[in-house]
Design a protein. Structure first.
Length: 675
């Protein structure tokens, strides 16, 4: 097995990226502007070296600030980091990078100077595999009519229920929810929202729950509907043919984190790794930190900074703001800002991951992300040997197996929970010999290179119902001047915990630091720090689309319920109630239609928003697509689709007499696992 190849940056002023640099060498600070007059009033400490803290560090350094990063672990990156075991990089989590991650791509392409196409592989969708099935089911990103039609015909659910599944996203995106007033709608969960409407079925609700569980590791009955709304509004990009996600062609450390670290060190930043911060307090109106090197003897060090960004995980953040050390000077952050006591309510979860290196190759194993439908523990799998540089794997397969429902795994020791995951995998891929127990040498598993981790030290924030009110803001200028917050648990435009949410929070914190410094010192804040705005549909467009599709959605619901009633007959009270559901469906439809029409016209006629009301969105920092532009875009997609299909039909008719291969155009070769 060879170690990963080194990444080379492509910038105007190239910086050679190194996958492995000695910690001492990286921690040195260039003696440039750190002691210059320009840095007076601009010293910034960033507590937490995850992607949010690093994004803030890059932006601030570029704007002329003197940056110091404190990271408790050996590696930077947090949930975007890698662990090096015997020369092999193992990512903490297998992340996906959609096109709408505009602030992440700004960091990667503009700040680092890297090429997206050169380092990422676009994937149009994901594959689903049912236990015992011989074929995969392709689910495409619904950003074109071709993809939507393919999804309807995929067979995962009936075409009617696939239509309803897609309609749920449009319905929740256009709903008039918000966080003003009593804020009770923030306490409605996704499952409750679906069943409050008249169109959802149990299978549709189960499918939405499955998607939430596999992608975000949270059940639909625990996910805040308004949070999911914010997320869906950013993912609805029809019709732009955007891929489902981009997959990184290498480890997170080699391709992202190490280049960021080197960029920071070259620019003069100080990076303290394995250096946990034990206290953050306000002393004479200025932030003061206390830290110590992990495992080092002697007294802890302390110092004051003009600004501090807290980009730590929830539990660590709660400890920092509520530290009760009586012998330290100054005030606790919690005493100055009591609302931070709610941090203890925030929850996070770990997703156990196994990097399963094999002694064999799986040449026909799909390169896409694969969801194992109906699997225990919410399993998904990806073959990174088809994504990362081939020379790293010596012609063997390497599967990344993740359990989104890690709480259901038995035991706390790897041989127990790890073996449970492998046993479930073998039910879907019986041709992979996993042996009789964890570590069995007489099987297809290369145990020497296989690496399993519970990720208890790398938990993911959960967007629980009601959690918005407990999450920290970027800044509290009245009570905590000079203290700022970053991380995917912070309030942001994206809201749902994602890489984009983390990066955006870092940019917001950096911008707040810059504004604070300008106000405090009276000097120009350096190069402006700006957030890259997302482009999303405004309320008129979303609500018009919902009304246009509503007749089809209710017709689909009628067809599903009628079919189920016919198949079951009238054997019990449940079957009788289904006939009542059919009878009441027209009334439910009329009420829903008039309610939707009211909110549509309210959005259109709102004079304060020029027809682009953001009443259903909780933020105003997007670029909104108006109703007229949306109609033209959709009509253009329909015209293009019709023209393409007519052309394809004519071509097939002309060639049908001479055709020897009757495979459908665009068909894909599928792997048929042996049973």
């Amino acid at each position: 097995m060879k170690t990963p190849t080194k990444t080379k940056a492509k910038r105007k002023a190239p910086v050679k990226s190194k996958a492995k640099v000695a910690p001492k060498a990286r921690a040195k600070k260039a003696p440039s502007r750190a002691k210059s007059n320009q840095s007076v009033g601009r010293t910034v400490a960033i507590v937490g070296g995850g992607i949010s803290g690093l994004a803030a560090a890059v932006k601030l350094q570029k704007a002329g600030f003197d940056v110091t990063v404190f990271e408790a672990k050996e590696r930077l990156g947090g949930n975007l980091s890698s662990t090096n075991i015997r020369g092999i990089e193992h990512d903490v989590y297998p992340h996906m990078f959609p096109s709408w991650y505009v602030n992440f791509w700004d960091l990667y392409e503009n700040e680092l100077g890297f090429s997206r196409s050169g380092n990422f592989d676009p994937r149009p969708g994901v594959k689903m595999l049912a236990r015992g099935a011989s074929d995969y089911i392709d689910l495409l990103n619904p950003t074109s009519l071709d993809a939507i039609v393919a999804n309807l015909k995929s067979g995962l659910l009936s075409p009617a229920e696939m239509l309803l599944t897609g309609y749920t996203s449009l319905d929740i995106a256009s709903a008039p929810m918000g966080r003003t007033g009593a804020g009770q709608l923030d306490k409605l969960d996704v499952n409750g929202f679906l069943h409050s409407g008249g169109y959802a079925t149990e299978d549709v609700a189960e499918m939405v729950n499955y998607m939430l569980q596999v992608i975000w590791s949270i059940q639909s009955e625990r996910t805040a509907a308004v949070t999911y709304q914010d997320f869906v509004r950013h993912t609805l990009t029809f019709p732009d043919n955007a891929p489902f996600a981009h997959m990184l062609k290498g480890s997170l450390n080699d391709k992202i984190i190490a280049p960021i670290e080197e960029l920071l060190v070259k620019g003069g930043a100080t990076i303290h790794r394995e250096t946990p911060v034990s206290s953050v307090r306000m002393v004479d109106g200025k932030p003061a930190l206390r830290w110590s090197k992990a495992g080092a003897k002697g007294a802890a060090k302390s110092g004051q900074f003009d600004s501090v960004i807290l980009a730590a995980p929830g539990k660590v953040l709660n400890d920092l703001v509520s530290s009760e050390a009586r012998n330290l000077p100054g005030q606790r952050l919690l005493d100055r800002e009591p609302s931070l006591a709610q941090l203890r309510r925030l929850k996070a979860i770990a997703i156990p991951v196994i990097d399963l290196y094999l002694k064999i190759d799986l040449p026909e194993f799909p390169p896409q992300n694969i969801g194992l439908a109906g699997a225990q523990y919410g399993l998904s799998v990806l073959d990174i040997s088809k994504l990362w540089p081939a020379e790293q794997f010596d012609g063997k397969a390497a599967l990344v197996l993740a359990a989104s429902d890690g709480e259901a795994l038995p035991g706390t020791e790897t041989p127990e929970w790890g073996w449970a995951m492998l046993q479930e995998l073998s039910k879907y891929y019986p041709d992979i010999d996993i042996g009789t127990k964890w570590g069995d040498p007489n099987c297809d598993v290369d145990w020497a290179n296989t690496y399993a981790r519970s990720n208890e030290d790398y938990t993911l924030f959960l967007n629980d119902v009601g959690s918005w009110g407990w999450r920290p803001q970027t800044a509290y200028p009245e009570t905590l001047p000079g203290i700022f917050f970053a991380g995917d648990l912070c309030r942001s435009n994206v809201d749902m915990a994602t890489i984009e949410g983390a990066v955006e929070s870092g940019v917001l914190a950096a911008k707040a630091v810059q504004d604070f410094a300008a106000k405090r010192t009276g000097r120009a804040p350096g190069m402006p720090i700006d957030l890259v705005k997302h482009t999303t549909y405004g309320d008129p467009a979303l609500r018009a689309a919902k009304q246009a599709l509503m007749p089809f959605a209710y017709a689909a619901k009628f067809w599903v319920v009628a079919k189920q009633a016919k198949e079951r007959g009238f054997k019990n009270i449940d079957d009788f109630m289904r006939t009542e559901e059919i009878a009441l469906l027209p009334m439910v439809y009329v009420v829903d239609w008039w309610t939707s029409a009211y909110w549509f016209w309210r959005a259109v006629l709102d004079p304060n928003d020029d027809g682009n009301s953001t009443a259903a969105s909780n933020h105003d920092d997007d670029n909104f697509i108006g109703l007229g532009a949306a109609v033209l875009m959709v009509l253009g997609e329909f015209a293009s689709y019709a023209t393409e299909k007519c052309s394809d039909g004519s071509l097939r008719r002309r060639n049908s007499a001479d055709a020897t291969d009757h495979s459908p155009i665009g068909s894909k070769r599928r792997w048929h696992p042996k049973r």
